[in-house]
Ligand binder design. Structure first.
Ligand code: DGJ
Length: 743
């Protein structure tokens, strides 16, 4: 590992004094150390045993040309004080000589709380040219606990998935108090963490901070909808803050849809320890003799060429390996949520189907409010849980709507919120025992609702049944919007109480229960498009996105706000997964709204008949143009060109794999006098310098003309070195450009 720079950062004072007194430093590395390199195309994480047979991290960063060289790294480090082999442990345990933040904390069957892990064996299995799965087994020499560290590498994408399996081979039950997925160790000059926070309508607000001594913790304890407080997602720049094009940066995420905790601890060598996993808060997890616990994975990619390269790697990985149908196609849609809220009936809806067709989208999505009879869902205070069509609003049922939509020439999709219940519902009356609530305390509601107890297998069956019934009765349903609007208050499970299990399992078993349901849904209905939604972007992570084709980033659809929200999501998620809808949230022009929505998976949430003729023509044109470029947006590479947090114009582009087609989106995000037009050209990225391109403006508003010379031909070299001025002004607040190779 690279040595820390300043004298004061040499922490092993004892050793220095020893050297000064003429004592030779004792090496803590072994001559015959076992060295396990976890390599991707450009990077390596190197693990090696020390003299005490502990597994340590000796390198994180650039991959070396000769694998044999990894064995020599440990000898170059003089961290030989009492912390040697502990700070940089591959999976830090607790209760004996470790005094820093652990990855693992266990109470053994006899009540003892000490664990010390030693290396036992490892193996690597290559499943194809790109993917290698390495397993390293560690054991305690006194207590029969076995930890297997898993590292799955995706070479070309430079992505690692890292998790742990904890096996209890003791005679009785043990208790897991902390059980991180991953433990990492970095040795650089400085560490800059970008984390995200937010609340409803304000998702993914970034914050960059220089990490100092002590621990910085990212966490959420909301149970469900955890991102409402913070997502399990971060960027970590090394040495200095990375930019789009330069610098060392790691993008990471815990792929888990529940409570999480990610600790960044600076040690006394000025090295950084990272522990990421399920939040141990109120979540001690018992493990019976013979049982094992598999943690969720930490997913990360590292680049020493800036954030742009890192996020393109993550996008490629997500599309190929994680997101459901990541390389497929998606449906453009018209949603009725903001168009009608709860106020609709069959006639109104069939009218909207025609609007969808007129607009030119693929599908109509029926949102909240279609169900509940004893307690009709006419607002958010009643009906949730009673998944029968409301006979007043929909006398002929969903089947009729599917037929009507098909007759109007569009597909049909439906909104569900299957994990939740209003206390004013038949479900609540019949199954209070299925609800997460403290039996002795007053109920406390989030959006007038409570969360169903997914740790209970009966509840899992019920939730699966909602989707199963819907699809069996209406096999032509093309899309589901799966919503989740409440956090977990009063975390108590009657099921766990009845089955004499510990209440502290609830937060974990809730998420496991959710994944079990989703596994069943996908086993039976592998192809239906599903949107992951949670009162906006309250649940977006790669644990859940395995089951979903796309996600809803935020209920905030103000296009100006959206430029920022989409910008920050774009570091982690590909455009094909990011649903952007045109709504009436702001008075900004329909063109600007459409242009912003085009930068992902496009949808609408408006009453088409309320549009003026020109606005209608503009929206129709936006869809036609979108259909022409969506392949590039969905499957191309993303380049962020101009940052809205720093510049008056936000600019991003997508480039096809063959570099023959690109799309550039430009949005004015400031009204300040000095900033009302693009003075300088913006340098494009990702093109072939040797190819020639023509630039054409898309989605030009009816009865206006582009100000650009569309006949000019530019070399890729010119466009990337000099740049191109999209002529963004107060009259042209958003400009979408198609860049096409000319032969
Ligand atoms: C929250 C979602 O984010 C909205 O889009 C909408 O579906 C409402 N729920 C419906 O209650």
């Amino acid at each position: 590992m690279k040595k820390s720079r300043t004298l004061f950062q040499y922490p092993n004072l004892l050793m220095l004094i020893g050297v000064w007194l003429g004592l030779a430093p004792t090496a803590n590395y072994a001559q015959n150390a076992v060295v396990v390199p976890i390599e991707t195309k450009n990077n390596a994480l190197v693990l090696a045993t020390d003299k005490a047979n502990r597994l340590c991290i000796t390198h994180f960063g650039k991959r070396l040309k000769n694998t044999a060289d990894y064995a020599q790294i440990a000898q170059q480090h003089w961290n030989k004080d009492d912390n040697a082999g502990i700070y940089n442990a591959a999976y830090t345990s607790s209760g004996s000589t470790n005094l820093v933040e652990p990855a693992l904390n266990i109470t053994h069957a006899d009540g003892n709380t000490s664990t010390e892990l030693k290396y036992v064996r490892h193996e690597s299995v290559q499943s194809d040219m790109n993917v290698v799965h390495t397993k390293i087994v560690l054991k305690d020499e006194i207590y029969a606990v076995e930890i297997t560290l898993h590292y799955k590498t995706y070479a070309n994408e430079d992505v690692v998935e890292q998790w742990a399996v904890i096996k209890n081979n003791e005679k009785g039950a043990i208790e897991l108090e902390k059980y991180a997925s991953a433990n990492l160790y970095f040795a650089f000059e400085n560490y800059y963490l970008t984390s995200y926070h937010g609340s409803w309508g304000r998702e993914m607000k970034p914050e960059e901070t220089l990490l100092t001594n002590g621990i910085k913790t990212l966490d959420s304890k909301l149970g469900a909808r955890t991102n409402l407080f913070a997502p399990p997602t971060f960027q970590l720049s090394f040495d200095r803050p990375a930019t789009e094009e330069e610098g060392k940066v790691l993008l990471g995420q815990l792929a888990w849809s529940g409570n999480f905790r990610i600790d960044f601890e600076m040690d006394s060598y000025h090295h950084l320890r990272l522990m990421a996993g399920i939040n141990p808060h109120a979540s001690e997890y018992p493990l019976e003799a013979g049982q094992e616990f598999t943690t969720p994975a930490l997913i990360y990619t590292f680049s020493d060429h800036g954030k742009g390269a890192a996020s393109r790697n993550l996008h490629r990985w997500a599309k190929k390996y994680r997101l459901l149908d990541g390389n497929g196609s998606r449906l453009t849609l018209l949603n009725n949520w903001e168009a009608t809220y709860f106020d609709f009936d069959e006639n109104k809806l069939t009218g909207l189907f025609k609007g969808a067709k007129k607009l030119g989208v693929d599908m109509f999505l029926l949102d909240d409010g279609w169900f509940g009879n004893k307690y009709p869902r006419n607002d958010d205070r009643a009906g949730l849980g009673d998944w029968q069509e409301n006979v007043k609003k929909l006398p002929h049922g969903i089947g009729h709507l599917v037929k009507e939509a098909t007759a109007a020439g569009v597909k049909f999709g439906i909104w569900l919120e299957p994990e939740m219940v209003n206390p004013k519902s038949e479900l609540y009356e019949q199954h209070r025992d299925w609800v997460i609530r403290q039996p002795e305390r007053p109920e406390h509601y989030f959006r007038n609702q409570l969360v169903l107890d997914l740790s209970n297998p009966e509840v899992q069956d019920f939730v699966f049944g909602i989707l199963d019934n819907m699809f069996s009765k209406n096999p032509d349903i093309a899309f589901v919007k799966w919503d989740c609007n409440a956090v977990i208050y009063n975390a108590h499970s009657q099921y766990l109480a009845k089955t004499k299990q510990k209440q502290s399992k609830l937060y974990v078993d809730y998420v496991k229960g959710l994944y079990k349901v989703l596994d069943r849904v996908r086993a039976k209905y592998p192809n239906v498009d599903m949107m992951l939604c949670s009162g906006g972007g309250g649940r977006v992570d790669y644990g859940a996105l395995k089951y979903f084709t796309e996600f809803w980033p935020s209920d905030n659809t103000d296009p100006l706000e959206r430029v920022f929200i989409q910008w920050d999501y774009s570091y982690f998620y590909p455009a094909i997964a990011t649903c952007n809808h045109v709504t009436d949230w702001s008075k900004v022009s329909i063109k600007y709204r459409c242009d912003v929505a085009m930068m992902g998976k496009m949808g609408f949430d408006i009453v088409v008949d309320h549009l003026s003729p020109n606005d209608l023509a503009s929206a129709q044109k936006a869809i036609t143009d979108y259909n022409a470029i969506k392949e590039v947006v969905w499957h191309g590479d993303l380049y962020r060109l101009s940052n809205p947090w720093e510049q008056p114009v936000a600019s991003v582009m997508y480039v096809s794999e063959k570099q023959d087609k690109a799309v550039m989106f430009n949005y004015l995000v400031s009204n300040r006098f000095d900033f009302i037009y693009t003075i300088e050209p913006i340098q494009l990225r990702g093109l072939d310098p040797n190819k020639k391109y023509r630039v054409r403006e898309l989605n030009v508003y009816p009865e206006t003309k582009t100000t650009l010379d569309e006949t000019a031909v530019y070399s890729g070299d010119f466009l990337m070195s000099v740049g191109y001025n999209p002529d963004v002004t107060l009259r042209r607040t958003s400009v979408v450009l198609e860049i096409t190779q000319v032969n």
